[in-house]
Design a protein around this ligand. Sequence first.
Ligand SMILES: Nc1ncnc2c1ncn2[C@@H]1O[C@H](COP(=O)(O)OP(=O)(O)OP(=O)(O)O)[C@@H](O)[C@H]1O
Ligand code: SF4
Ligand SMILES: [Mg+2]
Length: 319
Amino acid sequence: MSTLLQLESVGVSIGTVALLEGISLSVERGQILGLVGESGSGKSLTALAAMGLLPLIGGRITTGQVRFDGQDMAAMTEAQRRALRGRRIGFVTQNPMTALDPVQRIGAQVDIVSRLHLGLSWQAARARTLDLLTQMRIPEPAAVAEAYPHQLSGGMKQRIVIAMALAGDPDLIIADEPTTALDVTVQAQIIQILGQIVRERGAALLLITHDMGVVAQICDRVAVLYAGRLAEEGPVGPIFAAPAHPYTRALIGCIPQEGMAKGSLRGIPGAVPSALAMPSGCRFNPRCPHASAICCETAPSFAPFGAGGVACHHAGVAS
Ligand SMILES: Nc1ncnc2c1ncn2[C@@H]1O[C@H](COP(=O)(O)OP(=O)(O)OP(=O)(O)O)[C@@H](O)[C@H]1O
Ligand code: SF4
Ligand SMILES: [Mg+2]
């Protein structure tokens, strides 16, 4: 198996505020890694760090390394990183509705990606566009290619945005909450299709979501972030069977079960602390049912556990 993306002990700051610490994860070819955590836990910052895009928001990597296909991204020139993002890394943003140009037909917007990155002729690019729309299960692809974005539903537009991310034939796709604006059934369908295409192509997917149900459905591994630190990482099967970190356990407990009355979704009491007022010791301690004295004094380090790793003084307790 080859590792496409690897983050090793990455720390990120914006100005003087440290927002991510010690983030280590890797995405293998042919695999899907789910990156989960509540709002504000640092998922989007991790994605920006992975793409070398932190300068866009005034951020920087302060410690550790990001490697793409074995190459240290910090050692590349900005032109090399830009070429990598266009050609080998496809990105689906958290706000995909803004990714489409309202005054250009759909087909032209998808064509241009493979024209630019694969050097295809207009005819070959259009054939590829129609093929991608078909793969995204878009009915009547030729008619949709002639349409303008406002003529399509939210779910259709989202499929187009994913087709655009796939058009340059990337090795790695980073999808930041690609379906949050859509209704749950449409979300599930689109994520399934995306996962299937990624596997068929032997590409890799870093899928950012706050939904553990989605992770259970399509991911191979999962990385759980809490307040800018990695809480747990490992293969999906063992983690869902026996989560070692109390936060992972709580997130899994929030997945609505079949037969559960609507509205009975259990949230996790409390909220993610702000970067300017982090609790000392383990950042989860104010919300953790297993917190002890050491949890309030010393931050647990991330250590191997089972087939993955966990950062908790009482890893595996009550799992
Ligand atoms: N441009 C910025 N300037 C200052 N702080 C920021 C900036 N972007 C993010 N942060 C802070 O970094 C932390 C992590 O943010 P991030 O956007 O990565 O969270 P997230 O996990 O993607 O959340 P969500 O699920 O809401 O998208 C938050 O505390 C946020 O306030
Ligand atoms: S280190 Fe302590 S407070 Fe933190 S998650 Fe583990 S048991 Fe809970
Ligand atoms: Mg985000």
